[in-house]
Design a binder for this molecule. Structure first.
Ligand SMILES: [Cu+2]
Length: 176
């Protein structure tokens, strides 16, 4: 019996070593994996706001998009909590769009669109307009900070078709 027991112990030791090795490899691969997910778009939705309700609109802002790859205006200022009705027009001869997001999200989205220009992407945080068209996008800014917007049509973002909204803290609203 003794040789068998020794062999079993040896196998057990090999299995334990293999399990430890596998666990160590998993641990080693975890930090970068987690870091990648922490910055992923899905977890940052509330940073740049949320779709607004038509009944809660506090201001209307007109934004024009042109083939010079610029938004007019390209810098905006709102208060945290504001629900803005954006009346967006495309005065150019190309399709343009206005997409809200963090800079990280916009860059990732733009890279995805470059790889697949026909990609359908109709979301609440954007409006895409054919030449000569206009439309509305109601958006609520929930947190103080900077919210970015951009046109993600291929080439447009690179050409500088981007802008930003400075969202100031709403504290001033409570002082009368
Ligand atoms: Cu554009």
């Amino acid at each position: 019996m003794k040789p068998v027991q020794t062999k079993n112990l040896f196998i057990a030791a090999v299995l334990a070593a293999a399990a430890f090795h596998a666990a160590a490899q998993n641990m080693a691969s975890m930090p970068p994996h987690h870091a990648e997910h922490a910055g992923h778009a899905e977890h940052a939705d509330d940073v740049f706001g949320q779709p607004g309700a038509a009944g809660k609109v506090t201001r209307t802002i007109k934004v024009d998009m042109r083939d010079n790859m610029r938004f007019t205006p390209e810098t905006l200022k709102v208060k945290a909590g504001d629900t803005i009705r954006f009346v967006v027009s495309n005065s150019g001869k190309f399709r343009h769009e206005l997409v809200f997001g963090t800079e990280t999200q916009l860059k990732a989205h733009y890279a995805a669109m470059l790889k697949n220009p026909e990609m359908e992407h109709a979301d609440d945080n954007q409006i895409s307009l054919a030449p000569g068209k206009s439309g509305e996008l109601i958006w609520q800014f929930t947190q103080a900070g900077t919210v970015n917007f951009a046109c993600l049509q291929p080439g447009h973002y690179d050409a500088g078709m981007k802008g930003s909204v400075t969202v100031v803290a709403a504290e001033g609203l409570h002082k009368h």
